[in-house]
Design a binder for this molecule. Structure first.
Ligand code: SF4
Length: 290
């Protein structure tokens, strides 16, 4: 089990939001003074929901469900966001780290297999403090950091020892597509550097005898219509950066949010394409999880 957070790491994370470089957007706004950057969230995290979730990967769900805490806002701006009612709003309950810790403890008490922070990147300072508080109050289940993959290595280093399971997306192998459809520059390069750091910290996915995840990296890759994500290249990068790591090649793309503004986003990838990409991932030495 991870050790408690070093207090200096938490205070360094809090410092980062004063001239915000918590994520690679580097908006350089002072969130402690009420300014907001691209994620539109200030100093306090906003919790959209907290509940056991049975729709995540079986290795996270186990018997008790994954204890999801969804945060409003996001550091990405995916025009096809499958989660837009949460990620593209600031609706929810502003919560202190102590209140987030309370939610985590409650999820554990209800039998959840883990605490799964969904879209935590832009509130990593609050998540780190909440984990430290919750651990001091008896939280023992693994922490899942369920993020979009566009992460700052500096921030990830400050989270070392707090997170058991990193679950980043690896959305794009094509930087131009990352810019056009997720609104950020250099997505493949930034996401690969972040993945390398996550893998350095926690390594490949480990399961207990019930086949529930206890530690490691699980990458998610959403197959896009017309191969807009350049999926084989994305899988190649994951295999090269984090050899042998687990990957969920996801086939549930559907047009959502602003997808209708882009004709190419209105299709769905064929089942045969998804199956052959899953096979390709296995051939590259990755562990398939779905
Ligand atoms: S966390 Fe938000 S404000 Fe900070 S750099 Fe990222 S998008 Fe900008």
């Amino acid at each position: 089990m991870a050790v408690a957070a070093l207090p200096e790491n938490i205070s360094r994370l809090r410092q980062l939001i004063r001239d915000c470089t918590l994520c690679p957007r580097c908006c350089r706004v002072d969130r402690t003074a009420g300014e907001v950057g691209a994620c539109r969230i200030g100093e306090k995290a906003v919790v959209a929901s907290a509940a056991p979730h049975f729709g995540e990967e079986p290795v996270l769900v186990g018997r008790g469900g994954s204890g999801t805490i969804f945060f409003s806002g996001c550091n990405l701006d995916c025009v096809f966001c499958q989660n837009c009612d949460i990620s593209h709003t600031t609706d929810g309950q502003a919560a202190s780290p102590q209140q987030i810790a309370d939610l985590a403890i409650r999820l554990q008490a209800s039998g959840c297999e883990n605490v799964n922070f969904v879209t935590p990147t832009h509130v990593a300072h609050a998540v780190a403090e909440a984990i430290a508080v919750a651990r001091s109050r008896g939280l023992t289940v693994p922490i899942v950091y369920n993020c979009g993959g566009y992460e700052s290595v500096q921030t990830l280093r400050l989270l070392e020892g707090l997170i058991e399971i990193y679950m980043p997306d690896f959305k794009w192998a094509d930087a131009a597509a990352g810019k056009k459809y997720s609104g950020v520059p250099r997505y493949p390069e930034v996401a690969a550097a972040a993945l390398a750091e996550m893998y350095r910290q926690v390594g490949p996915l480990e399961l207990d005898k019930r086949r529930v995840a206890t530690k490691g990296v699980l990458v998610r890759h959403l197959v896009m219509p017309g191969d807009l994500a350049r999926s084989q290249e994305a899988i190649d990068t994951v295999a090269k950066t984090a050899p042998g790591c687990a990957i969920n090649v996801m086939g549930q793309y559907r047009p959502a949010y602003r997808a209708a503004e882009f004709a190419e986003l209105m299709a769905r990838p064929a089942g045969s394409v998804i199956r052959s990409l899953r096979e390709y991932a296995l051939q590259q030495g990755l562990q398939g999880v779905d």
